[in-house]
Design a protein around this ligand. Structure first.
Ligand SMILES: [Zn+2]
Length: 109
């Protein structure tokens, strides 16, 4: 079972209390952008075997959205953090690097 700690209320929640929101840190493109950028925003997603960043909502708790970093192979959770950021916190990236040397995900490493 996946257990994530909500960074806002500090509660360790199992996945039945949460709603998955897909991939984190998407760069949004509107309909006035190029066809390729708009298509990529709507349909292209990462599907890594390893470190991944996701959006989750504490639906049956505080109701807020947050981001989580976890491994898709082992379900190990590296950490959770506020959704109001453009990239993962440095201390979280360092923690992942210590456990998974050489990892990268999009522009993050
Ligand atoms: Zn919460």
């Amino acid at each position: 079972m996946l257990i994530l700690e909500c960074p806002y209320c500090g509660v360790a929640c199992d996945e039945t209390e949460l709603s998955a929101g897909g991939e984190a840190h998407l760069k949004r493109f509107g309909p006035d952008s190029s066809e390729e950028d708009f298509e990529g925003y709507l349909f292209v997603r990462e599907n890594p075997k390893g470190v991944h960043f996701e959006r989750w909502r504490h639906s049956y708790g505080c109701g807020k959205w947050f981001h989580a970093a976890r491994c898709t192979m082992t379900l190990e959770v590296f950490g959770t953090y506020s959704a109001q950021t453009f990239e993962p916190p440095k201390e979280l990236s360092d923690k992942i690097s210590a456990k998974r040397p050489g990892w990268s995900w999009r522009d993050f490493a």
